[in-house]
Ligand binder design. Structure first.
Ligand code: ASP
Ligand code: MG
Length: 628
């Protein structure tokens, strides 16, 4: 006998017939000997209809009364489903969020779950009943029993939180799609169902996955090791498993407001190569990384900063032992990247410049809690600045911020090697303090290379076509600059994505400067620019270059760790279609490129195709990747 939490979305309980079908499925699981908690959403579009009703009365409804109103939707479906179960002779009882003891913060309309007082549910289960639970709602302030809701789409979160609190053996999310697809099927009709995906990949695919599974639910599943399955309520197909690492007895207090950062990793064996002033044309990075892949150089982190005039900078890291090969390959190919007619702004002497540094280290923070919390990256930059550590390169993803750090002064080639271990220890200690991470939280080398040979390097691809990009030119190269800039944006609640700081330094009026670029939601662009403008003289940068309409395409897969050639393949897929890559950022399991918004869907299709995601169960294996 197992305890199973099932969750049915709005469409799955959208009519009397559908409710009866759900009851039949639930009762079959009960007959198979399982204990069941069944979480439901409001029927069909009920919640939207309630929102519209409120709007007919007022433009500015009180949040408290909105929660009171919207929570009724789920109360309709729990009572009807319970009646349907009774009709099938199945003992069941409906319970509201308050009755189940789902205690939340007091933030109406967007409350996070603090904990679940599960004894009342437990009692009903022990009495042999199916508990039919209202999703999306909870209760704050135990004295006044204030009804709260978790934010739109929050029933997934209720279900996974209940599964964590009750230590259920699994949580099944029933919906109107057959599982999680390799990409958005409306954009790429060949999208296929993934058999399984890790919760880390799912979080990196947030913009793809959010429509099927609330990111907050994935975060809880990951933190508490809840086994999740997403499947159709219309068929018996197995759907998609979302796999999380087993969790070691994490406290069930502050379930959802745990730390934004839950791991720090560092790696002192990194070396960095930069190629400055390469032409801003399709195919250039494909050529470079294609050649590196042919030489089986495994590239860890890649950043390409926003173009400056006709040229771009590219920086990447490799393991130290691969540096000589990486350097030689890059040096050999650099002159050929210049082939083709010079543009009017270029001159013969405008050669690409190769820089490398053997003594750098990568320090990263990881955590699902960064999603939707502006300012985490800024806190990291500030913490490093306060410790006097200068950041060479920054590259961010949905759930990770990575920095390449180096000892301040260029080391004397004949002197002793700089102590990178000590530098990293200093960085890690500062970050632990900032993010309130206990000593035992893992700091160490990051995700190990996948061992399964047939693991596909890329699991899914996603498109976000709502971003804009800002480049801040000539920011003084001093510790603390990135911190100031991103704190300023965070203080106004502006979330930034894809932060890039690359290698090129310029001396302007006697001062060494660098560019910092990042992307924001297009809706926040105006506000972000205004805020930055106001800071120009304080921070002392020169100008802003804005690209209003970009699309971000991302390839995500834990199989890309330790697998040379993945980035090259992605870049080549874009180059083949003449799509120019504006910027690149990577994390360990994700590569993102900004491209022209008009080419976004085409780029998505090209990448989906390149990794063989269209052919069911035949995704390109890691073996076949290295170009011949
Ligand atoms: N009924 C709520 C909504 O429509 C919660 C949910 O469906 O998950 O957002
Ligand atoms: Mg939903």
């Amino acid at each position: 006998m197992a305890l199973i939490v099932q969750k049915y979305g709005g469409t799955s309980v959208g009519s009397v017939e559908r409710i009866q079908a759900v009851a039949a499925r639930v009762s079959a699981a009960v007959k198979a000997g399982h204990e069941l908690v069944v979480v439901v959403s409001a029927m069909g579009k009920t919640t939207d209809a309630l929102v519209a009703l409120a709007k007919d009365i007022t433009d500015s409804p009180s949040r408290r009364e909105m929660d009171m109103l919207l929570s009724t939707g789920e109360q309709v479906s729990i009572s009807l489903l319970t009646m349907a179960l009774h009709e099938l002779g199945c003992d069941a009882i409906s319970m509201t969020g308050a009755q189940m003891g789902i205690v939340t913060e007091a933030a109406h309309s967007r409350a996070r779950i603090l904990h679940v007082e599960s004894d009342r549910i437990r009692r009903q289960l022990d009495a042999g009943k199916v508990v039919v639970a209202a999703g999306f709602q909870g209760v704050a302030n135990r004295a006044d029993l204030e009804i709260t809701t978790l934010g739109r789409g929050g029933s997934d979160t209720s279900a996974v939180a209940l599964a964590a609190a009750l230590q259920a053996s699994c949580c099944e999310i029933y919906t109107d799609v057959p599982g999680i697809l390799t990409t958005d099927p409306r954009l790429v009709p060949e999208a296929r169902i993934m058999e399984s995906v890790s919760s880390d990949e799912m979080l990196e695919l947030a913009s793809l996955g959010a429509k099927v599974l609330h990111p907050r639910a994935v975060e809880i599943a990951r933190n508490y090791g809840v086994d999740l399955v997403v499947r159709s309520s219309w068929t018996d197909e197995p759907g998609t498993r979302v796999v999380s690492p087993p969790c070691a007895g994490r406290s069930l207090e502050n379930l959802e407001i745990a730390r934004p950062v839950d791991a720090i990793t560092y790696d002192t064996s990194q070396a960095q190569v930069s190629l400055l002033r390469i032409p801003d044309r399709p195919g250039i990075v494909a050529k470079l990384f294609g050649e590196l892949a042919r030489q089986t150089v495994d590239v860890d982190l890649i950043v390409q900063s926003i173009h400056d005039g006709d040229s771009n900078d590219i920086a990447f890291t490799v393991q130290e032992r691969d540096l000589n090969r990486a350097e030689a390959t890059t040096a050999a190919i650099a002159p050929t990247l210049r082939q083709g007619p010079l543009r009017p702004t270029e001159t013969e002497g405008d050669e690409a410049e190769l820089l490398s540094d053997r003594h750098v280290a990568a320090v990263s923070i990881h955590g699902a809690g960064m999603i939707g919390r502006p300012g985490v990256a800024a806190q990291m930059f500030e913490s490093l600045a306060a410790a006097g550590i200068n950041i060479e390169i920054i590259s961010t993803s949905e759930v990770q911020v990575g920095c390449i750090i180096a000892p301040g002064e260029a080391p004397d080639p004949d002197g002793p090697e700089p102590d990178l271990e000590a530098l990293c220890q200093r960085a890690v200690a500062a970050l632990r303090k900032t993010f309130d991470l206990p000593e035992e939280a893992d700091a160490g080398v990051a995700i190990a290379a996948a061992t399964e040979k047939d693991l596909a390097p890329v699991s899914g691809v996603a498109l976000d076509a709502s971003q804009s990009q800002i480049a801040i030119r000539h920011v003084p190269d001093r510790p603390g600059m990135a911190a100031q800039i991103f704190q300023l944006l965070a203080s106004e609640g502006i979330s930034v994505d894809m932060i890039i700081q690359s290698q090129r330094r310029r001396v302007v009026a006697g001062q060494t400067c660098r560019d910092i670029a990042f992307s924001v939601a297009e809706a926040d662009l105006g506000r972000a620019c205004d805020l930055l403008e106001a800071s120009r003289t304080v921070i002392g940068w020169e100008r802003l270059d804005v690209t209003e309409k970009i699309a971000k395409v991302s390839a995500v897969g834990k199989g890309m760790v330790g697998c040379p050639g993945v980035a090259a393949k992605m870049f080549a897929a874009l180059a083949d279609r003449g799509i120019n890559i504006q910027t690149i950022v990577t994390s360990q399991i994700k590569i993102s490129c900004a491209v022209d918004r008009d080419r976004g869907v085409e780029a998505l299709q090209a990448i989906h195709d390149a990794f063989g995601l269209s052919e069911r169960y035949q995704a390109t294996s890691r073996e076949g990747l290295t170009p011949a």
